[in-house]
Design a binder for this molecule. Structure first.
Ligand code: BG6
Length: 278
């Protein structure tokens, strides 16, 4: 059964022997996940008031069926799926893991954005690890191309102390200030960072004062690493000016050369796994 947030958004709450979680039907967006006995694994801005129609500034917004700014004028950034109401199709408990499946029916109005006959769903598997799968199936008779991301916001306590590892030797495009060389395995943050890694290995780690957050991906060669830093923080909606100090986004993606190209009948599942490393 769903519950209603004070501002009207419906959500599902999960409380199991292994974790606690909260997922909103708008955007199929998880905003809270905490394994039992460990700190929460997702960050949300205290400036967000959960208004219907806005994506929540934190948790894991689903960016679909395009990531970033569309080449079409007036198309919303990061697609439209994050502000639409998804349906909760099923909830199952197996081996202490809770599985929730959401699907999005494309409305007549949204067909201006997405006229294709595809099926899109998000599957959450909740245990000590949070696993999220974004599953696309092409039900039409033409090839479909799209970009997408699981835009995960992580609590990192202090951006100045954060090391992000697992990026060794990977190519990236720095959208914040043009390409600059990065030669070490670890990434540190001292400026706006808005990178798309185009051929990244499957596991990265965020080394925070509270512990190491392990983030891994399946069926994805691309990932986004983002911190808005001081100036951009002032311009972001539902974001406090000092929020950049305590968050970072590391997003499992299929973008740029790693975009999805689905032949008729083909399916693809973009997966991210998020946990505290023991
Ligand atoms: C990131 C992008 O993934 O999302 C940034 O790389 C963007 O450029 C950020 O600013 C937040 O986007 P939005 O639409 O949620 O404010």
């Amino acid at each position: 059964t769903t519950k209603k947030h004070a501002n009207g958004l419906d959500y599902v709450e999960v409380s199991s022997a292994l974790c606690q979680a909260r997922i909103f039907l708008q955007g199929a967006q998880i905003d809270y996940f905490q394994p039992v006995g460990k700190p929460p694994l997702l960050w949300v801005s205290s400036a967000d008031d959960y208004q219907p129609g806005n994506g929540i500034r934190g948790g894991v917004p689903v960016c679909w069926p395009w990531f970033g700014v569309s080449s079409e004028p007036n198309f919303p950034q990061h697609g439209f799926a994050r502000t639409r109401i998804w349906s909760l199709e099923s909830v199952e408990m197996r081996d202490q893991l809770v599985h929730l499946r959401f699907s999005l029916k494309i409305s007549e109005q949204d067909k201006i954005y997405w006229p294709h006959n595809t099926q899109v769903s998000v599957l959450f598997t909740l245990g000590e690890t949070l696993s999220i799968s974004l599953i696309n199936t092409n039900l039409g008779d033409k090839t479909v191309t799209l970009t997408q991301a699981l835009h995960s916001y992580f609590p990192i306590e202090d951006i100045h102390q954060l090391k992000a590892s697992g990026f060794n030797g990977s190519k990236y495009i720095e959208f914040a200030e043009g390409p600059y060389p990065q030669t070490t395995d670890e990434v540190h943050f001292d400026r706006e960072t808005d990178r798309v890694y185009t051929d990244l290995g499957p596991v990265q780690r965020l080394h925070t004062p509270q512990g190491i957050i392990k983030v891994s991906r399946e069926n994805s060669r691309s990932a986004v690493l983002w911190n808005p830093w001081i100036d951009k923080s002032q311009r972001l909606g539902r974001f406090n000016p000092e929020d950049y100090l305590t968050m970072v986004c590391l997003e499992a993606a299929n973008v740029l050369e790693d975009k999805l190209v689905l032949a008729p009948g083909e399916s693809h599942s973009l997966v991210t796994h998020i946990c505290w490393q023991d």
